[in-house]
Ligand binder design. Structure first.
Ligand SMILES: Cc1cc2nc3c(=O)[nH]c(=O)nc-3n(C[C@H](O)[C@H](O)[C@H](O)COP(=O)(O)OP(=O)(O)OC[C@H]3O[C@@H](n4cnc5c(N)ncnc54)[C@H](O)[C@@H]3O)c2cc1C
Length: 419
């Protein structure tokens, strides 16, 4: 079957790879000169099924107000006349009940756990390398209140069968030796030994090369302008500045830019760009750098070891598609890494990056079929696109081949939004 994939971030590239392995004829359209140059470029590097949870949860509206008053706030909302932003925000608030949280988390964990298994199999199959580490992740608590507040999270981890360890200061230092120098700054942590880390950009580039070797054609520098549609036939072509492209099946994997292209087809996709930032610091003293990921719970900033670099990522900013690099966000990231890993590297040498998380209001991505028989979606992966990429690719390839996917698709498709 001929399949056209729109977008070559970590999601579109994963879908392309698995489809090609299944013997399909795949073309990928991408506006950038190479894969993973937008949101999949500089993320925090966590492959974290253990942290797969929606941002919308009970207590979040109150926490959000407190966060916005902090100097190094994890949440920034730029008041704008953007109806999509406010509608998305309201929909997110409606998901802040315990009942919705449990449903949404269940869906996310289902895909994330499956995805980790797929990633492991992919590594074993191909030997793909991406500065990967399999040393778990550590959520670090600076206050006793944060540590005491973990009981709910622990209940959820137990219920989902996710292994975890509650650690005191010494326990944290055992896994992250560099923290010994700043022991007075935290009281303990929650470690998820099953989580992994790695460079999403390196992974996507390597996977694209493997996909190419399987026959996938990447068309870079192509701007997708519209998806042509006929009521009887479904999608008839994809219009671009390099001409029209046709196929038997079409997969939209355009991250935050997906809703605008499917709207004219009558699909209302509530995916909104939630801006995040990262800095990447060259390591100057390996003993002073993290071993894996340390997630600073106070600032919601993740500090991850990626080979000879430290990646520091965080902040949720609602400001539309604006890609400006805000200096105050860099300050927050620098503050966290110098506070916890002062010897690891010099933040003056860091590179600064921003990306738009394609977020749904319930945290769960939108993957699989639509009402249009030859059109499928693979977007809305929000905070966890790297974590969920391999599983998404595998599921999409199975669906397109008409095989039952490895997980139940209930609640993962656009049907949950009436699309
Ligand atoms: C600061 C930050 C930290 C994060 N940390 C983590 C983490 O630790 N773990 C994790 O699992 N996830 C993390 N994420 C989320 C993760 O990075 C995203 O979910 C993921 O990259 C989304 O991938 P995607 O392929 O859907 O989107 P993208 O990578 O944005 O890919 C979409 C592609 O479509 C292309 N495109 C768009 N419009 C057009 C058009 N009109 N024509 C042609 N091409 C087009 C773009 O160029 C792009 O390459 C983080 C995100 C941010 C911002």
């Amino acid at each position: 079957m001929q399949v056209l994939i729109l977008g070559s971030g970590v999601i579109g590239t994963s879908v392309a790879y698995y489809l090609a392995r299944a013997g399909h004829e795949v073309t990928v359209l991408e506006r950038q000169p190479a894969p993973a140059l937008e949101t999949s470029f500089g993320n925090a590097g966590e492959v974290s099924p253990g942290y797969s949870a929606p941002w919308a949860g009970p207590g979040v509206p109150v926490k959000a107000i407190k966060w916005m008053l902090m100097r190094h706030s994890p949440l920034v909302i730029k008041p704008m006349l953007d109806p999509a932003m406010w509608l998305w925000g309201l929909a997110m608030l409606r998901n802040c009940t315990q009942a919705r949280y449990e449903i949404n988390k269940g869906r996310m964990v289902r895909l994330a756990e499956y995805s980790r298994d797929c990633l492991k199999a992919l590594r074993a199959d191909t030997g793909i390398a991406y500065d990967e580490r399999m040393q778990g992740t550590l959520q670090l608590f600076r206050t006793q209140q944060q540590l005491d507040g973990t009981s709910k999270d622990v209940e959820v981890l137990q219920a989902s069968g996710v292994p975890y360890q509650l650690l005191d200061r010494e326990g944290c230092v055992q896994y992250e030796p560099a923290l010994a120098a700043v022991k007075q700054k935290f009281v303990g942590g929650l470690r998820l030994p099953g989580d992994e880390t790695g460079d999403c950009f390196k992974f996507t580039q390597a996977l694209a090369r493997l996909a190419q070797a399987e026959g996938v054609r990447f068309r870079f520098g192509v701007n997708i302008q519209a998806i042509e549609h006929d009521a009887g036939k479904g999608v008839t072509a994809v219009r671009t500045d390099a001409g029209n492209f046709t196929a038997d099946r079409y997969v939209v994997a355009l991250g935050s830019y997906s809703p605008a292209l499917v709207k004219p087809l009558g699909i209302a996709l509530p995916v909104y760009p939630v801006k995040g930032f990262s800095i990447t610091v060259p390591i100057t003293d390996a003993g002073g750098a993290p071993e894996s990921t340390v997630m600073d719970e106070t600032f919601k900033v993740a500090v991850t070891r990626l080979g000879d670099r430290i990646r520091v990522g965080g902040t949720a900013q609602l400001s539309g598609f604006d890609l400006r690099l805000d200096a105050s966000r860099r300050d927050t990231l620098e503050h966290v890494v110098t506070d916890l890993f002062p010897r690891g590297g010099n933040v003056r040498d860091a590179s600064f990056w921003t990306g738009l998380r394609p977020m749904t209001p319930d945290g769960t991505p939108v993957i699989g079929a639509t009402r249009i028989p030859n059109l499928m979606l693979s977007t809305g992966h929000g905070t966890l696109g790297w974590t969920m990429a391999a599983g998404t690719g595998r599921v999409m390839a199975d669906l397109i081949a008409g095989r039952a996917p490895g997980i139940d698709m209930d609640g993962l498709t656009v049907a949950r939004y009436g699309g």
